[in-house]
Design a binder for this molecule. Sequence first.
Ligand SMILES: Cc1cc2nc3c(=O)[nH]c(=O)nc-3n(C[C@H](O)[C@H](O)[C@H](O)COP(=O)(O)OP(=O)(O)OC[C@H]3O[C@@H](n4cnc5c(N)ncnc54)[C@H](O)[C@@H]3O)c2cc1C
Length: 462
Amino acid sequence: MVKIDGGWDLPSFWLAELAPFARRPPLKSSQTVDVAIVGAGLSGLWTAFYLTTIDPGLKVAVVERETAGYGASGRNGGWVSSLFPVGWEKLNRQFGKDASQRLSKELVETLNEVESRVAELGIDCDFTRAGAISFMRNEAQVKRGVFEVAEAENLRLGAKWSLLNAAESDALLCASLVHGATFTPDCATVQPARLVRGLADAVEARGVAIYENSPVNGVENGSVYVGSTRLAASKVVVATEGYTAGIDQWKKTLLPLYSMMIVTEPLSDSQYEAIGSPAEGLCFADHRNLVIYGQITRDRRVAFGGRGAPYHFGSRVMRSFDTHGPTRNGLEDTLYDLFPALEGIRIVRHWGGPLGVSRDWLPRVSKDSRGSIWRIGGYAGDGVAASNLCGRVAANEVLGVPDESMARRVFSTPPRDWEPEPLRWAGVNLGLGLTRVVDALEDRGAGTGWLDRLRRKLIGQG
Ligand SMILES: Cc1cc2nc3c(=O)[nH]c(=O)nc-3n(C[C@H](O)[C@H](O)[C@H](O)COP(=O)(O)OP(=O)(O)OC[C@H]3O[C@@H](n4cnc5c(N)ncnc54)[C@H](O)[C@@H]3O)c2cc1C
């Protein structure tokens, strides 16, 4: 029987907006394809798209435990950005002098690629390029903002960043306690569930088989298993991001770190004017350490999210972890702190989901030592655009197409495992707690030198 998904049983506001929808049938009988992909999120689906672009005759099947877009791809903040989870200087140290410049350009070009593919495939996902503003709300944030703009200029990074004074910042979006802001035009927004589900329809129309309600319980060279049903494939791509730890052999590769969101009802005219009548589709954040992110939706809601929810022992991922009362309340307080005029606005939905974080925070397209299994992902919260770039690299790798991109070079470095438990649990949660302390100290103008270094080490960013 085909399951019909209704609004509230879906794990995000964005997916619920599209409900009800029927799930595609599961994988019921053993069969053979050229490439099997595990996970129908943006990574798996873009990989399928580029595989069939390179070789339209290729037989590709995507196997998804729930429904297309059920994971982070249908739950995210909708920033289609060129942000990268690893610092540019660190990347230069590891990969040589022009690495940052080349990779950052490839990431910016990826925005154009996503925009043109969305148009070509007729995916109606509210793609809007209104840029991103990041407020500087204390002295430490000013220092970071000024540094980032100078760094972008010095390293000649792909994305253009500029410094705004308080008045210029207010003209785009009016927040409290603002000393100034950084701004880039190189950022767009989407309604994320429309993007990923539209992409699923588009690849299906090109002949890719998508099986939903099909939890994969085993991956071997040449085979993917759903229960005892075998999908034979000479090549396998695993694109399970924050859920990867659920597959035994990759338990320590990607750490599931939860990011949480809230969304308001549509702003009234007076609320909208009180926050400066921002452009629809504008992304916003500030320069604090514990990441926050928001967008003004096409129907003038504020969709707002942030990190800080606890990491769960043993890298467990459960449906009950998708909401977290203290983080939800913290997000609501932060929203009112940023925009006092919105105090009391109705929050219509709260949700979250796991990000996939590698030990050194680099995304990967890595080939299993046995030869025909690729794992892709590890975007650490910056994957809406990067999954398109990774999907292209993965398709080239799988089909042996030469790829001179910096992305291929960076993404193909051998991954490192996370520490065993209980070290992983203690380190990550202590790191999250310290990040909050560092932000609070910065708000008070206090120094944070060694504490900041320690928390970076604990969460793997040191
Ligand atoms: C709350 C939140 C906000 C975010 N905001 C942003 C943002 O604004 N901008 C940005 O760039 N990034 C953001 N991200 C990150 C971004 O959404 C992800 O990096 C990206 O969507 C990853 O896509 P994916 O396809 O690799 O993974 P996913 O979308 O998580 O897809 C993995 C799929 O694999 C399936 N799966 C897992 N295990 C199995 C199995 N055993 N068998 C079969 N199928 C399986 C899952 O059901 C899922 O559908 C956010 C993430 C979250 C959670």
